[in-house]
Design a protein around this ligand. Structure first.
Ligand code: NAD
Length: 408
């Protein structure tokens, strides 16, 4: 998907063949074997990955994912998207992504700690605050980042908070980082509603994936006055046409760990959820959720891609024939996470910390600029928001490569 999208944009921008290969292929791709001792005494070897897409504008930056489907191709695609996202928002980074093929739900806390520390140890030659900085993604969290920072710092002999972002605030994390992706998603939805001229108080939203990003986005939308009528997680979905009480749902989630079984909504499948009639549809789970099978049936006015790669290129073609749908493409929609990660890195390097208000104010300003640039290009050149966002992202990297020249 990532390579297909890149080719499309490269054709449109008429990028010469020799520049294409430099922009497309990842700089470094690592696969590591990670043996750990399980709690029952046996030894199991997991596969770990890291792809650093380009190092032209600064260190690489990107999340670490724990999921059974993690593979080199997936990580490479996510790294490429990170590059265009960082470029679109003007950050001094290239993209990266990493992961371990594992089911974190089936590992104990101490097994997860051993796995994380082993992965960090294997990556030490390839990471650093000026080389590659990791952050949480699906299946990882602040605790994962704390273990990574501790392993790296122990190796260096002094504390290095800037080696990861998305850390606990008590270890040099940034205020607002945890909520930043979801709040950024809601900010951009609000801007899209402005552009389309409809009232938040009368609008409805559906959120697939009530995790870190999805739950914060849902709460922020509810604060703006939208009715969140359906949400889901890997266990299934919930629908309440009058709006789900998210605070009550959070209480249910605390005790049950999954959204299903919540008494104040009716159960629906994830497939049904995606085609539920609403004003704002927020896929915030995994890739490839909106495909050629359901793209013609989605019923929203704004498709806000909080997840990375939720819409396949085939689905994109179908949506392109449906001008009533305004797409906020993933590399713009979920950029709040990496922008605030950048703020965290800057704060750590300077050992000077900002208030949450300062963080959010700076975040919204960057998102506003990226949104306006993308919208302006999309309208001026009569291309989709996705093509506009990717074009802006790719062009900046291409220009930077040209300015630096080719070594030797
Ligand atoms: P998370 O693990 O906190 O949440 C993911 C949620 O999706 C969970 O509730 C999970 O149960 C649910 N889910 C998994 N499979 C599903 C399915 N088939 N149908 C419905 N729900 C399903 O992860 P997250 O950090 O919220 O990330 C979600 C997405 O946002 C990912 O695509 C990630 O790459 C992207 N993203 C995250 C951040 C960040 O800051 N965390 C930043 C940018 C992009």
């Amino acid at each position: 998907m990532a390579a297909q999208q890149f080719d499309l944009v490269a054709d449109r921008l008429q990028i010469p063949e020799e520049d294409r290969a430099r922009l497309k292929f990842p700089k470094r791709s690592m696969v590591v074997a990670l043996p750990i001792r399980r709690d029952n005494g046996s030894v199991e070897v997991f596969s770990g990955y890291r792809v650093q897409h380009h190092l032209t504008l600064g260190p690489t930056k990107g999340g670490l994912r724990y999921h059974p489907d993690v593979a080199l191709g997936e990580v490479a695609a996510l790294a490429m998207w990170m590059s265009w996202k960082c470029s679109l928002t003007g950050l001094p980074y290239g993209g990266a992504k990493g992961g371990i093929a594992c089911d974190p739900g089936k590992l104990s806390n101490s097994e997860l700690e051993r796995l994380t520390r082993r992965y960090t140890q294997e990556m030490i030659p390839f990471i650093g605050p000026q080389v590659d900085i990791m952050a949480p993604d699906v299946g990882t969290n602040e605790q994962t980042m704390a273990w990574m920072m501790d392993t790296y710092s122990t190796h260096m002999g002094y504390t290095v908070p800037s080696i990861v972002t998305g850390k606990p605030v008590g270890l040099g994390g940034s205020l607002g980082r945890r909520e930043s992706t979801g709040r950024g998603v809601a900010y951009l939805i609000n801007r899209a509603m402005d552009v389309l001229g409809f009232e938040p108080a009368k609008a409805t939203a559906v959120v697939q994936g009530y995790g870190n990003v999805g739950s914060v986005a849902a709460h922020s939308l509810a604060k703006q006055g939208l009715h969140v009528i359906a949400v889901s997680d890997a266990s299934g979905g919930l629908l309440n046409e009058k709006g789900i009480d998210l605070w009550k749902l959070d209480e249910h989630l605390k005790s049950q760990k999954v959204v299903t079984g919540f008494s104040e909504a009716q159960p629906i499948s994830n497939e049904q959820l995606l085609v539920t009639k609403c004003d704002v549809l927020v896929p915030a789970a995994l890739e490839r959720q909106i495909t050629e099978k359901n793209a013609a049936r989605i019923q929203c006015r704004i498709l806000a891609e909080a997840a990375n790669g939720p819409t396949t290129p085939e689905a994109d073609e179908i949506i392109a024939q449906r001008p009533e749908i305004f797409v906020i493409p993933d590399i713009l929609c979920n950029a709040g996470g990496v922008v605030t990660s950048y703020f965290e890195w800057v704060q750590d390097l300077q050992s000077f910390f900002w208030t949450e208000t300062e963080v959010m104010d700076k975040l919204f300003r960057i998102l506003e600029t990226a949104f306006m640039h993308t919208l302006t290009m999309s309208r001026k050149e009569e291309i989709s928001m996705r093509l506009a966002a990717l074009s802006l992202g790719i062009k900046r990297v291409q220009e930077a490569k040209k300015m630096r020249g080719l070594f030797p």
